[in-house]
Design a protein around this ligand. Sequence first.
Ligand code: C2E
Ligand code: CA
Ligand code: CA
Ligand code: CA
Length: 277
Amino acid sequence: EKGRDNAQFFTSDMTNIATQKFGFEKEIKESLALEQFFLVYQPKVLKEKHRIIGLEALIRWQHPTKGMISPAEFIPIAEESNLIIHIDEWVLNQTFIQLQAWQDEGRTLVPIAVNISGRHLVSDGLVTYIAKKMDFYGIEGRWLELEITEGVFLHDIERCIEVMAQLKALGIKISIDDFGTGYSSLSYLKRLPLDTLKIDQSFVGECAEHTEDTKICETIIHLAQSLKLRIVAEGVETAPQADMLMSLGCYIFQGYHFYKPMLAKDTALLLTKDHVV
Ligand code: C2E
Ligand code: CA
Ligand code: CA
Ligand code: CA
């Protein structure tokens, strides 16, 4: 309708986006080496504030000129290529370094959960990489947990079962992240060697107000109970949300109402016998 000029503009715009994305990928790769990335840790809390039963490692990118870039911005781009494997490995290595440091300081350890992309889970290198790092840093598998979203089960369930069995053999725990937003069928859930389901924060937000979301939380909790899986609610921001979830049978929480993600040095202060079960 608008003639040739417009088509021209569209084309150059598309090229522009592609170049930008390529530039972004290159920049992420370089930044990993330049130590512009760091991890923060968000506690998982059992029932009341003071009993921390685990941590989740979350990546942060402090860009020299653009400031803090959210993982919600760069992880989806990284997931389109093998770049996500570089990032996952960087996060795993960093997590092992942290566990070793806390272990050496004589702190009471809790498992640290790392987010792993589906692409990486079904790739060849994950189990070998983790086994090598456990050995190198002298860390037992029970201190590592992997959080995986449901999407990957759809693509290659047999491969997922195989890899997860190898991870379990190393003592590593496995959670399904953002549960309820993906496509898990009940038969998949039964076959996967899982430990935990994490209720997605989109259902937690309005769960205290007797909405459809309350029923979804209840259904997910019952499902976890019948499959003998642990259940964790993420994104818990208020006391009424925690109370509602407890009345539905969920006792492990993660969210701003308890703790925000924090730096390693602040997290370390929580790893004492009083705080940990
Ligand atoms: P996720 O794994 O579902 O992580 C939970 C996100 O919710 C985190 O955002 C966390 O900071 C945020 N959050 C925690 N408590 C609350 C709360 O009470 N209210 C609200 N509104 N949000 C809360 P973050 O750190 O920005 O990470 C976003 C997503 O990026 C993560 O979602 C995860 O999918 C991905 N991600 C983060 N770090 C990594 C990583 O190291 N590797 C990979 N592969 N993905 C990561
Ligand atoms: Ca997660
Ligand atoms: Ca999540
Ligand atoms: Ca998420």
